[in-house]
Design a protein around this ligand. Structure first.
Ligand code: SF4
Length: 525
């Protein structure tokens, strides 16, 4: 049997992935046995190409997917292993990655992960040492061969990971939708070869995503999320209890109506899922990603019903999957015939760009920070060299002067930015919004998928990346929101002067542009 990589490479590929959520407790217990039985039956199901195993979904501790993945591989089943960043730091993740590679598990879905909501004796502390983009880079670097002085040729042998990611496209505001698209592009640059979108029930949004990735020339295979609803699940999704997953008021009303029927809406929900599969195939997605709690027979039923929607009938089906929300943002217009995306940027959006119109107020301190950055802190700023020389002297002077300079820096940055003294400053990367305090997941390469109509997944404040998008749009620079190299924070710098680290080439920016360029900027080469 060919692997996921080979299947997706085929020009006419339409891959079927089934998501399997692991259980709590040891595998031999009742819940574990039920999951294992389903895993076993999915492995025997010819319609399912790959089984995707979740990693503590919803921030709840579950049995690690690795063991199930190993057992399924022994059955000859292709699997995707989810890797989330919420419960492990980069070393733990690297260690887990070596283990997966050694076991022949190559398909990895890289995620930031949901914020932890549970734990024994209280809620667990989140880790988020790196984010999904940092994780893709880490795994891509392992593929290229990690530097290791003792290894022959100075590098470890490369792994063979086939990397995927998630995009959460069913968002309400422009300041959420476009940052998600741009982050997807960054994920592709960091090594993602396939992407799965988050649960949603809006064919126009899905067609827009597909057209956008094509317009940008992204080398990504997209799998469309298809979720089998029930009335109960629709209520949970509608209440926003699963980050990034949307069920609109209208869809909830439909689910309530059908759910009150004798079959509890089964016929309707299976049919809706089948139509989602057919529409995904018709639109040109590379596959469908089926989720929801169901027996194997239901997977098969959904796929058979989808196959029965032949020819161009999927276009009619698409008209029934149009559950958006009032005022929902679209980048492209819609085809009046089908209601699907037409791939043409809407005039209203273009006008707002031309006028640099923002939905959020751009604070004066951002305008001031930009000016100071351009004058002092940017590598090509007129005063960068002078600043570097000052900090070289401070470094060589007494510890007392060093401390005083650091206190002075904090006196400016704490009131202005609520600086947490991480020492590896990302303020210029995120339009002068700090990712340390107000971002629950320390996302330094774009927004996570959990925003709630612009608000943070965890806090009741505007997502830092939504703020950054608006600030940049005021200057016509929003396309560059996440451009540039992958940002990975160096934790060794915590509690040290970020200004000194910038001027003396110790922070992530210096690493990304190269030490020689820093020396040139300092005028000390
Ligand atoms: S601020 Fe934005 S990116 Fe950070 S955790 Fe909240 S929603 Fe996610």
């Amino acid at each position: 049997m060919s692997g996921l990589r080979e299947r997706l490479a085929a020009a006419d590929a339409f891959v079927v992935a089934a998501e399997l959520v692991t259980s709590r407790g040891v595998l031999e217990q009742r819940d574990g046995q039920q999951v294992w039985d389903l895993a076993h039956r999915l492995a025997e199901c010819p319609q399912v190409d790959v089984v995707s195993l979740t990693d503590n979904p919803g921030g709840n501790p579950m049995i690690a997917p690795d063991m199930l993945a190993n057992r399924m591989r022994e059955l000859g089943q292709e699997v995707i292993l989810h890797f989330a960043c919420k419960d492990m730091n980069r070393n733990g993740i690297e260690s887990r990655a070596w283990k997966a590679a050694s076991a022949g598990l190559h398909n990895i879905l890289a995620l930031s992960g949901d914020y932890p909501v549970a734990g024994q004796s209280g809620t667990a502390a989140p880790v988020f040492d790196i984010d999904s983009v940092g994780l893709l880079k880490l795994l891509s670097d392992m593929n290229a061969g990690v530097e290791e002085a003792r290894a022959p040729d100075g590098r470890l042998a490369g792994t063979d990971f086939f990397l995927g990611c998630v995009v959460t496209n069913h968002k309400l505001h422009e300041r959420e939708v476009l940052p998600q698209y741009l982050k997807l592009e960054k994920k592709a640059r960091a090594g993602a070869a396939f992407a799965i979108n988050q649960v949603g029930f809006n064919a126009r949004k899905d067609s827009e995503l597909l057209l956008w990735t094509r317009a940008r020339g992204l080398p990504l295979k997209l799998l469309a999320n298809v979720y089998l609803l029930t009335r109960g699940v629709a209520r949970v999704f509608h209440a926003g209890r699963i980050p990034g997953v949307v069920v609109s008021d209208e869809l909830l009303a439909v689910a309530e109506r059908h759910g009150a029927g004798e079959d509890r809406g089964r016929e309707f929900f299976v049919d809706l899922a089948a139509k989602q599969v057919a529409v995904a195939r018709g639109l040109g997605f590379a596959g469908a990603y089926l989720g929801g709690h169901m027996p194997v027979e239901t997977y098969v039923e959904i796929l058979e019903r989808a196959a029965a929607i032949s020819g161009e009938q999927w276009r009619e089906a698409a008209k029934e999957i149009r559950f958006d929300r009032p005022g929902e943002f679209y980048l492209y217009g819609s085809d009046p015939e089908t209601g699907l995306s037409d791939g043409v940027e809407r005039e209203e959006y273009l006008r707002s760009r031309r006028e640099r119109r923002t939905d959020l107020k751009v604070p004066a301190r951002y305008r001031l920070s930009r000016a100071v950055h351009g004058t002092v802190f940017a590598r090509d700023a007129p005063l960068f060299g002078a600043g570097a020389r000052v900090y070289e002297r401070i470094e060589r002077s007494s510890p007392g002067l060093k401390r005083a300079a650091h206190v002075l820096e904090q006196a400016a940055k704490v009131p202005l930015f609520d600086c947490q003294d991480c020492g590896d400053c990302s303020l210029p990367d995120i339009a002068y919004v700090c990712p340390e305090g107000p971002c629950a997941k320390n996302q330094r390469n774009g927004p996570c998928g959990g925003t709630r109509d612009g608000l943070c997944e965890v806090y009741d404040s505007e997502c830092i990346w939504a703020q950054a998008y608006e600030r940049l749009k005021a200057y016509g620079e929003e396309d560059g929101l996440v451009e540039g190299p992958v940002v990975i924070k160096n934790n060794a710098l915590r509690g040290t002067s970020a200004w000194a680290n910038t001027f003396l080439g110790r922070d992530h920016n210096a690493k990304n542009i190269g030490a020689a360029d820093v020396r040139t900027a300092r005028g000390t080469h």
